[in-house]
Structures are given as C-alpha cells and as structure tokens.
Design a protein around this ligand. Sequence first.
Ligand SMILES: Cc1cc2nc3c(=O)[nH]c(=O)nc-3n(C[C@H](O)[C@H](O)[C@H](O)COP(=O)(O)OP(=O)(O)OC[C@H]3O[C@@H](n4cnc5c(N)ncnc54)[C@H](O)[C@@H]3O)c2cc1C
Length: 401
Amino acid sequence: MRVLFDSSIRVDPLPPLRQDLACDVAIVGAGISGLSLAYELASRGRKVTVLEAEHAGFGASGRNGGILFPAPGLVWRIRGALGHSDATWAFEALRSRCGELVHDLGALEGGPTQASMYLAAPGRVAERALPWVARSLSDARRCSSEELAAHTGQKARGGIVFSAHVVDPKRLTRSLLARAQAAGATVHENTPVVDVSESSSGALVTALGHRVRARDVVVASGAWASRRSFQTWMLSSPTLPESTLAMLGPSIVATAERSFTYRRVYDGRLLFGAFDDPVTVPLNHVPADVGARLTRLLHRSIPDLPTFEPECVWGGAIHSQGHEFPSVRRESPHVVRLGAIAGIYWALMGARFAHGLLEPSDETPEDARLRQCVAATRVPVFGALTLVLRLMLGPWGGDLT
Ligand SMILES: Cc1cc2nc3c(=O)[nH]c(=O)nc-3n(C[C@H](O)[C@H](O)[C@H](O)COP(=O)(O)OP(=O)(O)OC[C@H]3O[C@@H](n4cnc5c(N)ncnc54)[C@H](O)[C@@H]3O)c2cc1C
C-alpha cells in the first residue's frame, strides 16, 4: 500500500529480536502509543523493550491524516457519569494537557503546525448543537454559511471554526522513535509478538522463538489486534495550484449519520479521508472501489473542485471491538492494554495514562484524577465521537458505505 507520507522517508530497519531478554517493561507495537510510552518510561530510568511486527509507524500512526482533534464528546460523557463539576474540571484538564502535548510535540520533526479547522452544520439539528460544541473547544467561534462556503467549498447552514493543529504523521512517528531510543529504549522491528502470558514474577512475551521477560507488558498493537474495526480511507490528489489549495484548509465536515470526512493540504496536495463501516479487510489491503467512492464523496462535498485521478489511496483500521474506557486498562496483574481508538491525541494521552498505571508514584494527583474521570465514562471513545458528530450533524450527503 503506497502512503503519501512515506515518500520522503527512508530508514534502515532496526534489528529484530535475536535472543532472550529481560527488562522492566516490554511494549508490543511501535505506533504513537507504544513509542510515547517507551519514551516516558525510559526517560525515568526504566529498562524498556519495544517489539514491533513490521516497522515503527507501520500502523495507523504512520498513515493517518495528522489532524489533532480532542473528541469533545468525551466530556459530555464524563458529565453524564460523574456530574457537572467533575466534567468541567476534566474538560479544562484535558484542554491543558492537549496544549502541553502540542507544545511538547513542537520539539519534534513533524511537530504540529497551526491550522483553522472548520466544522459544518448541514442541518437544523447540527446548527442547534454547534453552540455547545463551540463552548467545548478552545478558540471556537461560529461562522456564517458564506464564510464556510468560502473556506471549505461546503454548502451548510453555518458552522464553527476553531484553532487546531496538523502534523506529518510519518515524521512524527519517526521522531518519537528517535526520542524513545535516545532515552534508552530498545526497539526491535520485524518482530511479531505471538504470545503474551503471565509468570509468577511478571510477564513473558514470545516473538521469533525468543522470550522477553518483563515486570509488565503493555500491548499497544493498535487496530491490528482487532477483529472488528472501523476503517478509514484517504486519498491524495495530484499537486494542485496554489489558488485551489488556498481555499482547502483542514476541515472536518459532516457526511452522514455514521460518518464524517476530513481533509487537509499536504505537500501541495489535497488529502481527503472518510470513515467506512466496521468491515474487516486484510491488513495492508485497499478495496478496489475505495478510490472511486472517495472521489465521488470529495466532489460532492466540494463541487467546484477540478476533477482529478487520485495520486494514491490508502487507509486502515481504527480500533473498535467494543473496547470500553478505560482505553488504558490492566487486563491482568502484569498486562496493560493501551488502545488508542480515537486518534493521535488519545494515543498520546493514553501513553500518559498507561505510565500512571504502571508507575503510580510518578503520576501527579491531577493526572490520576483525570485518568479516573476518563475511565468512569466507560464508553468507547470512538462511539462517543461519532455520537456527538451524529447529533451535531444529522444525516446529510452520503458516506462511503
Ligand atoms: C487512514 C487513517 C487516517 C487517520 N486520521 C487521523 C487524523 O487525522 N487524526 C487523528 O487524530 N487520528 C487519525 N487516525 C487514527 C490514528 O492514526 C490512530 O488512532 C493512532 O495512530 C493509533 O496509534 P497506536 O500507536 O495506538 O496504533 P498503531 O499506529 O496502529 O500502532 C500499532 C503497532 O503495533 C504493531 N503490531 C500489531 N500487532 C503486533 C504484534 N503482534 N507484534 C508486534 N507488533 C504488532 C503494528 O505493526 C503497529 O505498528 C487515522 C487512522 C487512519 C488509519
């Protein structure tokens, strides 16, 4: 599968696991979740080994749209589960952690650049929901249907615009890898883990016929571990004229009940993505009709866009499998599962929460409270996100299905 982000980066593979090892924490999967956690732990002196089936960033982390979007739906759920004051506190805490993460990522190659994000309200329900969303997002303001049309080509009753960030996912993942390694973590690529089990004093991970003995194991294998997944597919246009790109900033716009689209400009091209139903396709396989379906959807949402053949189409699964919050949880005394269902932001936050679970003495009281608030919602993050979008946006247009 050709992924646009791949083109500029060539790296030598890291050596696979070739012998039995012992460490404090073994991490399965070198995506954003696994690598961020590896960095957090290694930089506090823990001996960390990361085992990656393919190469760092092979999964969703290296092929995503790179749009940082902290799901506001979560706060709504916290309010339902815990009441108004915890929800307000949790929301502010999440917002400030998001700011810290963005600042921290700024030190990395592929770190965030600022962008305006437009959210369209195609229907009446969506229009009514927008003030709530606007209140939940920092720097959000309402925008008129004219402004929305001018910036997104989108016909809608109105919308909101807010300040967001975009990253280059491939560069970001490689940078996280370099950071984890510099902190002392060992990463083995081409090392598929086939078994994780408990032992009397910890856990045992088996890969390539070797064993890694660890006090704790964190499974951060992302979507690929899932039997039932949401898919999201993206296409890249060929290089487009500056004048066309100028009107195509990043945006998240409604498509239909279960779905939404997202787009951004990258390297002189328009990247456009949409969600698909929970279907399972083989790893690294793009169904033949996805390009045509995405193109139709794109031209329906931006009718004035000149027609083109996509330069490439790619995508992958987003973990679902009905995993509930806590997306970070102890499965057994020595095994923690870290599932970053709802995007880059949650992959980064999840690593922090996992660190808190593994090393409670390192966790600040605020982070512990936040982790507990998030855990208390006990809803799938992805479900929360889509629920909010559905309520906000209502049926409109068509999705990929
Ligand atoms: C096309 C697409 C677009 C997206 N766009 C956005 C976006 O714009 N904004 C956003 O916030 N989010 C987006 N996402 C979601 C986001 O990319 C993911 O939520 C996030 O990257 C998950 O990170 P992760 O580290 O948990 O999982 P992954 O990145 O999937 O990493 C898991 C790693 O584990 C490895 N692995 C799996 N099984 C094993 C095994 N048995 N042994 C060893 N290693 C194993 C895999 O090879 C992989 O490298 C998008 C996702 C896709 C697919």
